[in-house]
Design a protein around this ligand. Structure first.
Ligand SMILES: [Fe+2]
Ligand SMILES: [Fe+2]
Length: 293
């Protein structure tokens, strides 16, 4: 798997939705679980500019290749969120996309600012912090692509499957960048490998957790991956990431699923109750917002 930044800069563009059958969206049902996942995924796609604000304050961004990638990547991710929102609106779920984005951001509170400061400090204190950020990027892009494939399969909705297939192609390109860059950084770099492994084992959380609660992240994992096929898909991510220098045998995704299953076993209804309660609704977000602030 190779990646050329020059080619990526030339070819980066807004998601092509020409030919997507928006007029057929309402002809096929989506389950509550599908809708839960779609709202989660849309919110996290729309969170990318805030995630970017964490990256731009790090030492890693002294590298012009990285900032060129981030400029294009941020633009592409914008259209993932926009189009997932468009599909939900077309399906008949009424919300204003900008209002929802503002509510999700409003819920983040002071933790977001604190996390910018710690990321910035970490990156300037430890040169190899870049390796951690690149590895996390690789894991997150690959698990996002895997999640979209799982949702396309699970929902059986033809228009959604078409849209997610298009988005997944972008995610795979993003993964190729992060993965190759992480491999370069970690090659023959024992210190970087140790720091990367140590932090991934301790601070990594599945995509979206932090913006979403532990239970929301668990609900997504249980809905999409709680069967043999799901286990295999997550093990394949672990296996790929384990091929990065110093990360042999790492099991982040499989461990996250085991954790979700354990919490669900301890608390009946864990995760699924959010899906049943339609916890994605804008009204609930607004309540959360006013409680927190
Ligand atoms: Fe995306
Ligand atoms: Fe992506």
């Amino acid at each position: 798997m190779s990646f050329s930044i020059e080619r990526y800069k030339e070819e980066s563009r807004k998601l092509d939705v020409a030919g997507v059958r928006w007029d057929e969206v309402t002809r096929h049902p989506l389950s509550r679980g599908d809708l839960f996942c779609l709202h989660y995924m849309m919110d996290i796609e729309n969170h990318v500019p805030l995630y970017l604000s964490h990256l731009l304050v790090t030492r890693a961004c002294m590298d012009p290749v990285l900032t060129a990638f981030l400029a294009c990547w941020n633009y592409e991710e914008l259209w993932h969120g926009e189009n997932l929102g468009r599909l939900l609106n077309t399906y008949g779920i009424e919300f204003d996309q900008d209002e929802r984005i503002a509510l999700v951001r409003g819920n983040l509170g002071a933790a977001n600012s604190l996390s910018i400061l710690t990321t910035m400090a970490g990156s300037w204190l430890f040169k190899d912090f870049t390796a951690v950020y690149l590895s996390i990027g690789a894991i997150n892009e690959l698990s996002t692509a895997t999640g979209y494939q799982a949702l396309a399969r699970r929902s059986g909705h033809p228009v959604l499957r078409d849209l997610l297939g298009r988005i997944t192609k972008d995610e795979r390109r993003h993964f190729a960048f992060y993965y190759n860059s992480a491999r370069e950084w970690l090659r023959d770099n024992r210190g970087g490998q140790r720091l990367d492994r140590w932090l991934l084992d301790r601070v990594w959380v599945p995509v979206g957790q932090g913006v979403k609660s532990q239970e929301e992240a668990d609900a997504l994992a249980l809905y999409l991956f709680d069967d043999e096929e799901g286990e295999r898909a997550l093990a394949a991510i672990d296996e790929k990431i384990g091929r990065l220098p110093g990360l042999d045998g790492i099991e982040l995704m499989s461990k996250a699923l085991r954790g979700a299953r354990q919490r669900a076993a301890r608390r009946p209804g864990w995760g699924w109750r959010l899906i049943e309660r339609e916890a994605w609704a804008v009204g609930q977000l607004r309540r959360q917002h006013s409680y927190s602030g």
